[in-house]
Every structure is written in C-alpha cells, then in structure tokens.
Design a protein around this ligand. Structure first.
Ligand SMILES: Cc1ncc(COP(=O)(O)O)c(C=O)c1O
Length: 396
C-alpha cells in the first residue's frame, strides 16, 4: 500500500472526539449521555440571520470575493468600531470559521520547524493546526491555583529562541475561561515588541465576558500594529457554529497580503453563510445581554455544585463557557471512558473532555477534565450530581 505522510501520521487526534464511540455505545444500551464535553451552545441562532438565507432570492450560488464580500467586511469593521477597535475592511479576510483563520495565521508567520509559544492548557486544535503547518508548539504552563492567569513574562523569555515566531493566546480562554487583563496584554505587547515576534490572539469568545469585565483586544494596543493578528468567528457569538464563518484581522499589510494568497488557493468563503453572518451583525444588544445572563447563571450553578463535591478543584472562569476541573483521580482518560462504559445513575451518565489533550507538556492535566456549560441549568445540576456519585465509587 502507498504510505501515508509523516505529517499525516503525526496529526493529533481530537481529545474531545476520541471518546465518541464509547458515548455512542452507551446510547445504544439505552443510557442517557449528558454532554459536558463539547462547546456546541444550545442557544438559538438569531432569527434575523436564518431569515436572511431563507428569504434570499439568489439564482446562482456563486463564489464570493476571496477576502469575503465587500459589504460584509465593511459591516465587520463597523462592529469592531463599536467595540473600540479601529480597523478597515481591507484589514479583514473572511475565512471558513476561526479554524481557517488560525491555519492562515500560522502559515503566514512561520516556516517548517519554527516555534510558537502558547500558554497551556490551550484549545487542543492549536496542536493540529501547528502540525499541519510544520510548526512546533512550545508551551508555557499556567496553573489552576492561579486561576490560569498569564504565566510570568520571564517564563516566556526563557523559551524564546531564534526559531520563535509568535506568541498565541486565547482570550477569553478555551478551556480555562480566563480573561486576560489590559495589564497582561500590555506585558505581552512589550515582549513581542522587544523580540520582534507576532502576537496572535484568538478572540472568538470576546463577547462572553462576565460581571461587567471588559475584553481588551490586542488590536486596541497602540504600537502593536505590525505584530497583532486576531482570529475571530461567528460560531459562538451568534450560536452559528455550522455557518463556518470567521475572520483574520491585522493592520500589518504584509500579513494580510500573504494570508490572502493562502485564501486564494481555496477561492472563497461560503456565500450563503456570509449572508447569514452579515445579517447576524444586526442582532440587537438584548440578545447578547440575555445570552450572557444565561451563561453567568449556568456558570454560577456549575461552580457551586462542583464545589460541593469533595476533593474537587475548580477555577473561576470570567469568560467563554468552559472550565477546567481537577478531580480526585489519577487518570481522567480512563475515568471518562469508565463513565461511559461502566457507570450510570438512574440510566444516565456524563461525558467530559479529559484535559491532558489541552496541554502540550506530557504528564500535565492527567487528573483534570474540561467542562462546557452549554446546557440548561437542570441538565447541569443533574450532570454534576452524576459526576459526584461516580466519584464516590470510582477507584483507580
Ligand atoms: C478557542 C477556539 N478557537 C477557534 C475555534 C474554531 O471555531 P470555528 O472554526 O467554528 O470558528 C474554536 C471552536 O470551538 C475555539 O474554541
């Protein structure tokens, strides 16, 4: 048989999806599986976005411009202006999800064998995008005891080599829910300027900040124009994960020109989904207010209920809709599998995402799981109860 590429063989499997066969088998046995493992919100997509597609009278579903439709990019620029971010349509490339923006960013700023520093735990797919682009991820560890705050700047400096091209952050963080402060962004700005690196910020959860905390974008930081690249997405903002629309934003002309060449190879982002995403920008503020209120109450309930379980450690997420939970067990992979294969309470069990896959450092996160609070409160309460019952009997 012809051989598979080394690159293909070294592509990491998604740590979130690898337990799916066990969940499917549990469902076939008639067990209800409550999904705490994935970030698919149950919040309704704004009607205005769905209607824009339904009521459209397009006769040819044509390609759009490579960088995305002019009208849509103009409106995205206005959205950023409302958020105190001053960018023009020409500084935005519409992509097929934030995922494609991540791939374009990595390919634009780094060559095979170059390094990118990322605070861990991080969104597990950064590993996949880095592998596909031939980059090495260099992790700098953040800790649950510090609520996953930015690691000290000296820790970053220790890791910078001649091959380092960028620092990548996720703000607010998946899987930690940590929201970087303005001071932390300023520290990162100083370091990337000092060492002439790019700063890539994945801001797909920018809208999800709680208790009146404000998101501070790297695009707001003066003097970072040549360094800053933002990855954004409509997936979570408007509960439009299936639209597959995101964008890459940078004030650095060379970055945009180069990313555009990668974009040209895939011709254009999806046309219908851009129509939906453009309409979604008209979503009234009350939609976001209601969504935020819902997430805050889900988070509060989740943290309160988790803290009732003995031996559990959990941070205080200030944004996004995830948290890392440390459990009184040795191996979360085995525990998560056991939950699906061998445990249920009144016919129900839970699916969690083992956290080791969110770390690049071998051996970290083994006793941690990521929980997404994208379910209704009754379900969250039931799920945490099941988790507590499971921990009473689990023995590793
Ligand atoms: C941190 C982060 N970045 C990027 C993405 C990619 O999202 P999408 O490609 O749907 O825009 C996700 C999806 O869960 C995410 O959590």
């Amino acid at each position: 048989m012809p051989s598979i590429s080394n690159k293909g063989l070294s592509m990491p499997e998604s740590p979130i999806r690898k337990l799916v066969p066990y969940a499917e088998a549990a469902k076939e046995r008639g067990i209800e599986v409550i999904h705490l493992n994935i970030g698919q919100p149950d919040i309704k997509t704004p009607q205005i976005a769905l209607d824009a597609v339904k009521n459209n009278d397009l006769e040819i579903l044509a390609y759009s411009r490579t960088e995305g439709s002019e009208a849509y990019r103009q409106k995205i620029a206005k959205y950023y202006a409302k958020n105190d971010i001053d960018v023009t349509a020409s500084q935005i490339i519409v992509t097929t999800g934030g995922s494609e923006a991540l791939a374009f960013a990595m390919n634009t700023i780094a060559d095979m064998g170059d390094e990118i520093i990322i605070p861990e735990p991080f969104y597990a797919n950064y590993n996949g995008f880095a592998t596909a682009s031939g980059l090495n991820v260099v992790p700098v560890t953040s800790y649950i005891e510090d609520n996953f705050a930015l690691p000290p700047i000296e820790e970053f400096e220790k890791l910078i080599t001649t091959r380092t091209r960028a620092i990548l952050i996720c703000n607010p963080g998946n899987p930690t829910g940590y929201l970087y402060s303005k001071e932390e962004i300023k520290k990162l700005a100083a370091i990337v300027k000092k060492h002439d690196l790019f700063l890539v910020a994945d801001e797909v959860y920018r809208e999800f900040t709680y208790e009146g905390r404000e998101h501070y974008s790297i695009l707001q930081e003066a003097g970072l124009e040549k360094h800053a690249i933002v990855v954004d997405s409509v997936s979570k903002r408007y509960s439009m994960c299936g639209a597959r629309i995101g964008c890459l934003v940078s004030k650095n002309k060379e970055v945009i020109q180069t990313a555009l060449k990668f974009a040209q190879a895939r011709l254009s982002p999806p046309t219908y989904a851009q129509i939906a995403s453009e309409a979604a920008l008209e979503t009234p503020q009350r939609y976001f207010d209601a969504v935020k209120e819902e997430y805050v109450s889900r988070r509060d309930l989740l943290i309160t209920e988790l803290n009732k379980i003995e031996g559990i450690k959990v941070g205080n997420p200030q944004g996004a809709f995830y948290c890392i939970v440390e459990l009184p067990i040795k191996n979360a992979d085995k525990f998560a599998q056991w939950l699906l294969e061998s445990f249920n309470t009144n016919g129900a069990t839970v699916m969690v995402a083992p956290a080791a896959g969110f770390y690049a450092t071998e051996g970290l996160g083994l006793n941690q799981v990521r929980i997404a609070y994208v379910l209704e409160k009754e379900e969250i309460k039931k799920a945490v109860h099941i988790l507590g019952e499971a921990l009473k009997v689990y023995n590793d």
